[in-house]
Write a protein that binds this ligand. Structure first.
Ligand SMILES: [Zn+2]
Length: 285
């Protein structure tokens, strides 16, 4: 069954507002031909959302799934790293985590399912590559089959102003934020090796993250107190072909009978079998 699943899997990501620090890369200098105005709603700026925040967000969801299944997850930080807060690391170890790489001791060299997927300990390459999302405000130029999204870049200003009446709200501090509004697109994940437990874990994590998308811990990026990073997400049925994937994002079309059939098949046959493998793998730890 797993042989029916290709190495490329897509997650639909939708959010009203995404702020990922100062790390959105834009093409504004090209797109504006030198006349770029931050605040001009007409600006047609596209860019790239790097995968770092996305990866952390997904990983946290996967850790939760492993913990809910009664096991512990690899901590993302090495035990011997110079954490500024030693106590916090140890507290994490008491709350559903094991030391990063500790799972390598007791069997072969694959470790727990989280380490197997994300790698990063003593030159263990991860088995899933998390790609950046390229976004554009022009929907017709978005290629969802390549992990792209429609999204509208804005530079936002935040002012902290004086509280003294005589200052007339004089700004004390000004911060500029890079933000993408009304993002809707696909996030492309490539598995270097496709294992049933990986796909089950991904499916369950995405479902968990969608159900908990207003939890502070599970929002994505910054501005969480302001409703930033509330992500509606769903795994696009891995059985879909490219034209069906495209159709998911086409607001003028509903799913076809064939797609509905594949959804049924996915739920009842594939996912449940992959979940059995995941349960076995998580249990043995
Ligand atoms: Zn581990």
């Amino acid at each position: 069954m797993i042989e029916d699943i290709g190495p490329d899997v897509f997650v639909r990501i939708r959010t009203d507002l995404l702020v990922v620090g100062d790390s959105i890369m834009t093409d504004r200098h090209h797109a504006s031909n030198g006349n770029y105005e931050d605040t001009d709603p007409q600006n047609q700026i596209g860019g790239i959302i790097p995968a770092f925040s996305l990866s952390g967000w997904l990983r946290h969801g996967m850790e939760k799934v492993v913990q809910k299944r009664g096991s512990t997850a690899c901590h993302p930080g090495e035990a011997n790293a110079n954490f500024r807060k030693d106590g916090v690391y140890n507290r994490d170890l008491d709350a559903g985590y094991h030391e990063k790489g500790a799972c390598l001791d007791d069997d072969d060299d694959t470790g727990c399912v989280i380490l197997d997927l994300f790698g990063g300990f003593e030159n263990h390459p991860g088995k899933v590559m998390r790609r950046p999302i390229k976004f554009s405000p022009v929907r017709s130029s978005v290629d969802y089959t390549r992990g792209q999204a429609e999204g509208h870049y804005r530079r936002l200003n935040r002012n902290v102003v004086s509280r003294n009446k005589q200052d007339n709200r004089e700004p004390l501090r000004n911060a500029e934020l890079d933000a993408v509004g009304n993002l809707d697109g696909s996030w492309h994940l490539s598995f270097r090796e496709v294992k049933p437990e990986f796909i089950a874990l991904l499916a369950e994590a995405i479902e968990y993250l969608d159900a908990h998308n207003t939890d502070f811990m599970h929002q994505l990026g910054g501005a969480r107190n302001f409703g930033g990073g509330i992500i509606d997400c769903e795994l696009v049925n891995p059985l879909y072909e490219a034209h069906e994937l495209r159709r998911v994002f086409d607001r003028s079309k509903n799913s076809t009978d064939k797609m509905d059939e594949k959804d049924e098949k996915w739920e009842t046959e594939y996912l449940s079998e992959f979940q059995t493998v995941l349960a076995a793998r998580v249990d043995e730890k």
